[in-house]
Design a protein. Structure first.
Length: 104
């Protein structure tokens, strides 16, 4: 399993995996012991904030007054469903047009 680790893997990570992957279950640590391993107690590198501060966007209040009326236009899904559920006079020709000569 050590061959699967990337080059330069931290020693704490290698040590932690070694004790967890021990073949003899009686030699494996308990959950509590594992959580107190040096791997979890090392200083983590500082990470940049996940959310950038954007006061202009955050301060805007949502407005539903300008939202389009959902009933004013048929939805795309409804348009597709209507297109494919209306009977066609020449179904074979329509299928050939859609496939565009696939398999010729």
């Amino acid at each position: 399993w050590r061959d699967c680790l990337p080059p330069g893997a931290p020693l704490e990570a290698v040590s932690f995996l070694s004790i967890l992957l021990c073949l003899d279950p009686s030699k494996r640590p308990s959950c509590n012991q594992a959580l107190h391993h040096a791997f979890f107690n090392q200083d983590a590198p500082s990470m940049p904030p996940l959310v950038l501060s954007t006061p202009s966007i955050v301060s805007e209040e949502p407005s539903f007054a300008t939202a389009p009326d959902p009933g004013s236009q048929p939805s795309t899904a409804r348009s597709i469903a209507l297109h494919y559920t209306e009977p066609s006079e020449d179904l074979e020709a329509e299928i050939e047009d859609l496939l565009g000569g696939i398999g010729e």
